[in-house]
Write a protein that binds this ligand. Structure first.
Ligand code: DON
Length: 565
């Protein structure tokens, strides 16, 4: 078991056995891997993972643990954990039922297609990415209550750890301190009231972050349920914040928000059954598309990270992302030809464009012809001893979302509106382009890349996986699955080995800093343009070993932590 000790300035270092009772928010370690049989939780923060395990120990199932972990993340991981954003829930219940819940943000009623265009027609990305106007109507709280019908424990039990963490505070890591310090000015610019995240002296690792206003908001949710957020005092505070900052979310928008239980995107890959999030997650179309293409090749025989294997995966990613840009958006508003895109015939047609040993060209490759009907986010994976599995990805979009903290309510609003296509062909913050399918319309959900996924083997959970990372999410999940299912990497390596990503436009292969030099050279020789960029996502993985042991891995790229018992 690998443990990274936090250098806590104010506290003595103690050896902590994981998930002790009670959780100690002032002394904790980051545990990167866990092996055990009773249950596992992996999330972006050790305290949130510990909360999840505590709930499992209290008799909660994986759904209870996922709800409590998300609420804890809303406190201890303000970069992305949230009640002011949205997310997707993918679950597999021990009785065999698969569930997907969509609590993606929606465009406010006053939103319109050209709302981020300047007078000269050019896009105003500052407005779609920061501040009040960037926020979609938050979905997370509705999603938590929608998932609660599959849980065992009362909601108040699940929210209490988050309330305590907000009220009493928790010790922040150096990474968190650095992140807050770097965003001081922008928080001040886009929040109209003082916030817990900004103080005069710089934050340092070991300081305690207390969020009294957030605690009160969570208490209102505990006592009044969903209405404690979407109506009454919290809703009033959101609307007043909008009025102070020229935002457009109204009381009616909030009151009308509903999470939606959708039909899961399910597909087969060899002997495995996969369950993932359907639209408005692009992953629900792209992951099956990429895996169906991959299945036509003997990928494992090419060798892990061989030029041949990487070339094939990159070209498959290119083909899939070309279709993303054209066809994918909220199906409640736009007819997306999902069936055709995933048909064997279409996959065969698309693969005719594939050429081995050479770089494709995105200006020559476009979306296919469909016949007939004519970087912040966070992921958590949970598995309990009864075989219930939950995979949740949730987001504010950018790190700390819009930087608008709701005055008096203490939580950050998302900047998810930027995930719409602000203008056809204009890249969003992840370089993704889109068109009509993902144009802004009142009440519409913006297309997402979040791809929380569960792999079943013999009908039982085998892999629970997901990651943040904007458009790299889907390729990251694809790569992690190939690492496990084709190349037999250990769970630890499948998460932590260097990554690559291609998304059609821009026409380049993004690689992580530690991507092997020779492989980079081999790709460039085939004609690829490569670009080194920062870490791709933070993958949270649970894999079940043949004897039933759960192996959980938190990504080394962040403070992510695996806990269990
Ligand atoms: O839903 C989406 O696709 C994006 N809003 C996700 C953003 C994200 O992953 C940022 N994290 N690094």
């Amino acid at each position: 078991m690998k443990r990274i000790a936090l250098l806590l300035v104010l506290v003595k270092l103690v050896v902590v056995t994981h998930a002790q009772h009670p959780i100690d928010p002032y002394h904790y370690t980051i545990q990167k891997t866990f092996r055990g049989k009773n249950g596992a939780v992996v999330s972006a923060h050790p305290l949130a993972s510990q909360v999840g395990v505590m709930i499992l120990k209290k008799g909660g199932n994986a759904v209870d643990a996922a709800i409590a972990t998300q609420l804890a993340l809303a406190v201890v991981y303000p970069n992305a954990g949230n009640i002011g954003g949205g997310g997707f829930f993918v679950g597999h219940l021990k009785e065999g039922k698969n569930i997907t819940i969509d609590y993606r943000e929606k465009a406010p009623g006053k939103a319109h297609r050209d709302m981020y265009l300047k007078q000269d027609g050019s896009p105003d990305l500052e407005k779609s990415q920061n501040g009040h106007l960037a926020a979609g109507v938050p979905g997370t709280v509705a999603g938590l209550f929608a998932s609660h019908k599959f849980a065992r424990l009362p909601f108040k039990t699940l929210i209490q750890p988050a309330i305590d963490l907000a009220e009493k505070g928790f010790v922040i890591t150096q990474a968190e301190a650095n992140a807050l310090n770097a965003r001081k000015a922008i928080f001040e610019k886009y929040s109209t009231r003082p916030t817990a995240f900004v103080r005069d002296i710089p934050w340092k690792g070991g300081d305690t972050l207390v969020q009294k206003e957030l605690a009160q908001t969570l208490i209102r949710i505990r006592d009044k349920g969903q209405k404690g957020f979407y109506e009454g005092e919290t809703a009033r505070m959101i609307v007043e914040e909008m009025q102070r900052g020229n935002g457009i979310i109204s009381y009616d928008d909030l009151k009308a928000y509903q999470a939606v239980e959708r039909t899961p995107s399910t597909f087969k890959y060899k002997e495995y059954d996969l369950v993932t999030m359907p639209l408005p997650s692009s992953g629900g179309v792209l992951l099956p598309m990429m895996m169906k293409m991959t299945e036509r090749f003997p990928l494992s025989s090419y060798g892990y990270m061989s030029p041949k294997a990487v070339q094939l995966m990159v070209e498959i990613e290119r083909l899939a992302y070309a279709d993303r840009a054209k066809y994918l958006g909220d199906e409640d508003f736009y007819k997306v030809p999902v069936k055709q895109l995933l048909s064997d015939k279409y996959i065969t047609e698309r693969l005719k464009l594939y050429q081995s040993d050479t770089a494709g060209n995105s200006t020559l490759i476009h979306e296919g012809v469909v016949e007939g009907e004519s970087e912040e986010t966070t992921h958590l994976s949970v598995l309990d001893k009864d075989g219930n599995a939950v995979s949740v990805t949730t987001t504010l979009n950018n790190s700390y979302g819009s930087f608008t903290v709701v005055g008096g309510a203490g939580f950050i609003l998302n900047d998810e509106m930027d995930d719409f296509s602000v203008k056809p062909g204009v890249p969003n913050m992840y370089g993704a382009v889109g068109g009509e399918a993902n144009a802004i319309a009142p009440g519409k959900r913006m297309l997402s890349s979040m791809t929380p996924t569960i792999v079943l083997k013999g009908g039982k959970p085998y892999i629970v996986v997901g990651t943040p990372g904007g458009t790299t999410i889907t390729t990251n999940v694809y790569m992690t699955l190939m690492n496990l299912l084709e190349f037999n990497l250990s769970a630890y390596d499948a998460v932590n080995k260097p990554r690559f990503h291609m998304q059609w436009l821009p026409d380049q292969v993004d690689i992580e800093k530690n991507f092997p030099e020779e492989l980079k050279a081999a790709l460039e020789k085939m004609g690829y343009k490569t670009r080194i960029r920062g870490a791709f996502g933070r993958t949270e993985l649970i894999k079940v070993l043949p004897d039933g042991t759960m192996e959980a891995v938190g990504d080394m790229r962040g403070d992510d932590a695996a806990e269990g018992w």
